[in-house]
Design a protein around this ligand. Structure first.
Ligand code: NAD
Length: 271
């Protein structure tokens, strides 16, 4: 049980398809205790849909210890989430950052047309929040602890349609390297998991549907990756099994990132 006696925070579960939930399940099944945050509900939403979608999941797990609202674009929300964590857990051993957002309009057109406001919003929620949450976690993290975030290949190469989110992921990847340096002396590792396309809320907005069949044809493994595969590698990065790895980007994409040509997709194109 790799996570026996370990406690940590999971930021970014929206529903049962969320990558953060796939990772959290692996951690809890391996004995770890998790605290969760959810996107706050609008005050006029009597049904509290955001909270309910997550509590339906966490209620079934004894090792899901608390669920609190946090809008990561608000400093006061981050502070109260980490104050709550300190009260419940004292120290923590891991933190998963699995949050991103961009205005749909900025993912529809050309990257060149991204608005200043859309750029700032996407960068704030998808990148700055990793800095802010790591800073908030720093006094709580035990030496030997780990932080992981979720990235995508569109930050390394141009993936048409991923647009401003690709620019955010490039910045996120760089943030991981700088945070790994800052957190190293505290005994804390920082890494990113680069997942292939997965059907989730955020994934759909970023054009996952079109990517799935391309990956199936181009990836060396000849198929897409599953929630469980991404979940296991996320848990690995947050566990002591990866204790020599920091500042890295680990791809869970069936090998797609290693290709320099369309590979087997060429056969189809020839036809
Ligand atoms: N789905 C994919 O194909 C894929 C591939 C590679 C990387 N990723 C990354 O994985 C991460 C998780 O996305 P997902 O695919 O699980 O989708 P998801 O929609 O389930 O998760 C995105 C999360 O971001 C949260 N979020 C957005 N704005 C927020 C804010 N202001 N404050 C707090 N939380 C906020 C949402 O509530 C949600 O929980 C993202 O960083 C995404 O870019 C996804």
């Amino acid at each position: 049980m790799q996570f026996e006696g370990k406690k940590g925070l999971i930021l970014g579960v929206a529903n049962d398809h969320s990558i953060a939930w796939a990772i959290a399940k692996q951690i809890m099944d391996a004995g770890g205790e998790c605290g969760f945050t959810h996107l706050p509900d609008r005050p006029d939403d009597e049904r509290q849909r955001n909270r309910r979608r997550v509590s339906q999941l966490t209620d079934k797990y004894e090792n899901a210890k608390f669920l609190i609202p946090m809008d990561a674009s608000k400093d006061e929300d981050i502070k109260s989430a980490f104050d709550h964590t300190a009260k419940e857990f004292g120290k923590i051993d891991f933190m998963l950052h699995s949050m991103a957002f961009a205005d749909r309009e900025d993912l529809k057109g050309d990257t060149v047309d991204t608005s200043r406001d859309g750029f700032k919003l996407a960068m704030d929620i998808s990148v700055y929040t990793l800095l802010a949450c790591t800073a908030a976690a720093k006094p709580l993290m035990n030496p030997g602890g780990a932080i992981a975030t979720m990235t995508y290949f569109g930050g390394e190469k141009c993936v048409p349609g991923y647009n401003v989110m690709g620019i955010c992921k490039a910045a996120l990847d760089a943030t991981v390297r700088y945070l790994a340096y800052d957190m190293g002396p505290h005994g804390v590792r920082v890494n990113a998991l680069s997942a292939g396309p997965i059907r989730t809320l955020a994934g759909r907005a970023a054009g996952v549907e079109e990517m799935l069949s391309m990956y199936e044809h181009m990836a060396p493994m000849g198929r897409n990756v599953t929630h469980e595969e991404v979940g296991r590698t996320g848990a690995f990065l947050l566990s002591s099994m990866s204790d020599g790895i920091s500042g890295d980007i680990l791809h869970v994409d069936g090998g797609y990132h290693a290709m320099g040509s369309p590979g087997r997709l060429l056969d189809q194109l020839k036809k």
